[in-house]
Design a protein around this ligand. Structure first.
Ligand SMILES: Nc1ncnc2c1ncn2[C@@H]1O[C@H](COP(=O)(O)OP(=O)(O)OP(=O)(O)O)[C@@H](O)[C@H]1O
Length: 257
């Protein structure tokens, strides 16, 4: 469980977000929405400890993370950046094994047990066929799946993704969301920044709307995220329509040109 309380964050000479509070429980998929430059990545980088906190607190399972060493943070929270590539000729399994780094002693290499955990993570995502392929030669979608396997091998209860569907084709976006939902069903807490309100409608159990230095938490976006909130967030006219598909009502967000 991740709790952010009255958080202010930003850079040396600039506060980007003020007084942000939200909670993400096990199994939640919390979609962070906001226009370019609104502060989504800044918030994520602060949660994972890459940026210092100005004010406020971040709790994981009730524990304040302020003085956590990096290993403890890495075991609790996995981070999948917008794009990750490697100039080294790492095999995919090596990238997944990097998820075990926080469990290794100084200068020690992964054990048989670490390899087993990494292989299991790849099997769970049905990507064992990528095991010995060179990571830098995989497609964008395959790379995202390998990074999710790394997060699973890390055995953290929280996975944070910055625009995970960036550069993915329509089919691969759907495949990726199947896997994200699987992780949430395992009780993992997912936070993801996205540029698509539909992803919040379709998959989000919560949404966080980031605008003008503030963030508003919305529970069950499919029911509670409104057309006017989306218009206000992106400063464009949109229409939210409802479709009955099988036994569900699904919301779509259409631009008005
Ligand atoms: N290293 C930095 N130093 C100072 N300001 C920065 C730095 N990185 C980002 N910013 C500024 O912080 C603000 C928020 O940027 P951030 O990258 O968090 O936005 P974002 O919502 O993730 O944007 P996008 O959707 O375009 O990825 C922007 O005004 C940006 O210019």
């Amino acid at each position: 469980m991740l709790e952010v309380k009255n958080l202010s964050c930003g850079y040396k000479d600039k506060i980007v977000l003020k007084d942000v509070s939200f909670t993400a429980n096990p199994g939640d998929i919390l979609c962070i929405l906001g226009s370019n430059g609104s502060g989504k990545s800044t918030l994520i980088k602060t949660i994972i400890g890459l940026l210092d906190i100005y004010e406020g607190e971040i709790f994981v399972d009730g524990e304040n993370t302020k003085d956590w060493p990096w290993e403890q943070r890495a075991r609790a929270i996995s981070y999948i950046p917008q794009s990750f590539n490697s100039t080294f000729q790492y095999k995919s399994i090596d990238i997944v094994l990097m998820g075990r780094t926080s469990y290794l002693g100084f200068a020690s290499s992964p054990s048989k047990e670490d390899e087993k955990i990494a292989d299991e993570a790849m099997e769970r995502l049905k990507i064992s066929y990528l095991r010995d392929k060179v990571y830098s030669k995989l497609s964008g979608g395959e790379r995202q799946l390998v990074k999710i396997a790394q997060a699973l091998a890390q055995r953290s209860n929280i996975i944070i993704m910055d625009e995970p569907t960036n550069n993915l084709d329509f089919g691969n976006q759907i495949v990726l969301f199947k896997h994200i939902k699987q992780c949430a069903d395992l009780g993992i807490t997912i936070l993801m920044a996205t540029h698509f309100p539909e992803q919040a409608f379709l998959y989000g159990t919560k949404a966080l709307l980031v605008k003008d230095g503030r963030a508003i938490e919305i529970d069950r976006p499919n029911e509670n995220l409104t057309e006017s909130e989306i218009q206000n967030l992106y400063c464009v006219e949109v229409k939210v329509v409802e479709l009955d598909v099988e036994d569900k009502t699904i919301k779509m967000c259409l631009p008005i040109l």
